[in-house]
Design a protein around this ligand. Structure first.
Ligand SMILES: O=P(O)(O)OC[C@H]1O[C@H](OP(=O)(O)OP(=O)(O)O)[C@H](O)[C@@H]1O
Ligand SMILES: Nc1nc2[nH]cnc2c(=O)[nH]1
Ligand SMILES: [Mg+2]
Length: 158
């Protein structure tokens, strides 16, 4: 169970997504990307734009219902990525690595890249940008909205 939250803004996601594109470019040519929906869609769009990739495939794996982890279900397999040769699988984050392992098994020759990584899943990623602790829950901009917060002096202690 997460004990703290790490809120990512649109600006930060865009900057970190571009950093991921830099790192991927340094590894060599990429023919296409496979986005793990839904969280990988926007990171994949940022990478595809930077690397001028037009070949974009998707795979849908549902593993979590909000913060509760369940049995992963492949809702849509990647149709046009073959064995993954020349492709990079992209997700927003790796936590336990369950989702990434399932997609890697579907596309054994593809690389796997994500923006954020927690220690339990970090080693499954060929490339990532920022590590956060295992007890942190990352909140993406599509899951949040700016709202009023009380001044520190008016908040209850703790
Ligand atoms: O490493 P893991 O423990 O498998 O967790 C990481 C996965 O969990 C989240 O997806 P989620 O199942 O919440 O679906 P979503 O992308 O549609 O929000 C996230 O986008 C990753 O795909
Ligand atoms: N949004 C979000 N989804 C996740 N799925 C697994 N871990 C996380 C996390 O830290 N944040
Ligand atoms: Mg996901």
């Amino acid at each position: 169970m997460a004990t703290h939250y790490y809120t990512v803004t649109w600006d930060q996601l865009h900057r970190d997504g571009r950093a991921l594109a830099w790192r991927l470019m340094e590894r060599g040519p990429v023919r296409g990307v496979v986005a793990i929906t839904r969280g990988g869609l926007i990171p994949a769009a940022i990478v595809a734009r930077e690397l001028e990739i037009r070949l974009i495939e998707s795979v849908s794996v549902v593993t979590y219902d909000e913060e509760a982890r369940g049995e992963p279900v492949v809702v849509k397999a990647p149709a046009a990525a073959g064995d993954g040769e020349g492709f990079v699988i992209i997700d927003d984050l790796v936590d336990t690595g369950t989702t990434a392992r399932i997609v890697r098994a579907l596309l054994p020759r593809a690389a796997f890249a994500c923006i954020y990584a927690k220690p339990a899943g970090r080693d499954i990623a060929d490339v990532f940008v920022t590590e956060v602790s295992q007890d942190t829950w990352i909140l993406f901009p599509w899951d949040t909205e700016p709202q009023f917060v009380a001044p520190l002096a008016k908040r209850p202690p703790g």
